[in-house]
Design a protein around this ligand. Sequence first.
Ligand SMILES: Cc1cc2nc3c(=O)[nH]c(=O)nc-3n(C[C@H](O)[C@H](O)[C@H](O)COP(=O)(O)O)c2cc1C
Length: 383
Amino acid sequence: MADLRTTLFGVEMPSPWILASGPLSYDATGLWEAYRAGAGGVVTKTLRLEAAINPTPHMVVPRSSNLRATLFNTEKWADLTWEQWAEKELPVMAGHPGMLIASIGHTPAEGAVIAGPVAATGTVDAIECVAYTKATIVDLVREVRMAAPKIPILAKLTFNWGDDLYPAAEAALAAGATGFTAIDSIGPTLQVDIETGEPTIGGAGNKAWMSGAAIRPVAQAVVSELAVRYPGVPIVGTGGIIQAEDAVEMTMVGASALGVCTGPLLRGLEWFGRTSEKLSAWLDSHGYANLSAARGKALPKLHAVEDTNKLTFGFNPMLCTKCDLCVALCPYDAREMGGGDKPKTPTLTQILDEERCRYCGLCVEVCKPGSLTYTNWPRPASY
Ligand SMILES: Cc1cc2nc3c(=O)[nH]c(=O)nc-3n(C[C@H](O)[C@H](O)[C@H](O)COP(=O)(O)O)c2cc1C
C-alpha cells in the first residue's frame, strides 16, 4: 500500500489529513476521536477571549441538488473559554500522535494574551492564526510570534480578502508565519427556502460561510499560487476535500498536508480511515509509492502564457450515441452530425463549421461517451 505518512514542520503524521478547525474539534474528546479515526493532525476550534454563543440552527446543507457535499454555517469560534483550553483540554492531549495545532483568533490583542499559555502547555506543535482582515492577520501573527517565539505558525488565509490575500500572505511571512493554511470557508453566502422565502440558517442577516466541494477549485487556485510564490513554505491545503481523488488533486497543486472539515462532518469520522484506504489504493494503481511523489506535480505544467491555438478534434463514430448534445449545446451553432441516425455506426460523421467555431471546448466537455476528443489537447479524466 502506498505510504501516506506526511511530515509537517518536522513532525511525522501517520496520515496527510489534518482535521480543520470546526465542530469536530470542539474539545479534547473531539480531537482524540479524530486521531483514533485516522487524522494525522488536528486543529482546535478557534480560541478567543470570549467564548462563543452560536445562533441556531448554524449548519445547513444546500437545498439545490446541484451543490453536493457542500455546507453553509454561521458557527462562531470555540464555545469553551480559552482558559479551559489552556488548563484542561490541551494538557490532556499529551502523547498525541502527529500534529496538534491550536487555532487562535481573531485580533492581535487576543493573540498576545492566548498564545503564551497555549504554547506553555507543551502539547501544541503549531499555532494557526485566523483573522477577518489582512491587517489583523499580520498583527496577530506578529503578536503570537512574540508570545511564542519558537513555535511554528500557520497563517490561515481566506479568499474573502480578494486582492489582499497575497499581500497578506507575504506580510504574514515577514511577521513570523512559517506556513499557510489555505483556505477558510467562503462568504458571505445566502440560501432561502423556496416554499416559504425564509432563510435556511440562523444568525444576524442569515448570511453564511460556505465550505465543502463547492470551494475546492478556489482553494486549489490559492494553494498553487502560494506554492509557486513560496517554494518550501508548508501549505495545509484546505477546502472541499471530500474524496481520495480530491486529495490527489490538492496535493498535485502543492499542498504539503490536507485540511478537512466538511468531509468528515457530512460523512462521519469513519471518513478518515475509508479515505486513507482509497487514497492509498489510487496511488498504488497509478504507480506512486507515496503521496509525496504526487506533490506539486501540476505546478510546472501551469501555463505562463495563454493558449490561443486552434484545437483539432478527433471523432470516434463507434462510441457516438447520437445524443446530439455537442450540436444542441454549441453556443455558436458550429456543429452538425452527418452519416445517418444509427448510433455507434462507422458512417457517422461530425461536421464542424470552422468559421463559426471559437474552439471553446464545450462540445468535447459534454460528450459523455468520449467519442469527441481533441488531437492537440488532453481530455482530462473525470472521477
Ligand atoms: C461548521 C464550521 C465551523 C468552522 N469553524 C471554524 C473556526 O472556528 N475557525 C476556523 O479557523 N475555521 C473554521 N471553519 C473553517 C474550516 O476550518 C475550513 O477552513 C473550511 O471549512 C474549509 O474546509 P472544508 O471545505 O474541508 O470544510 C469552520 C467550518 C465549518 C464548516
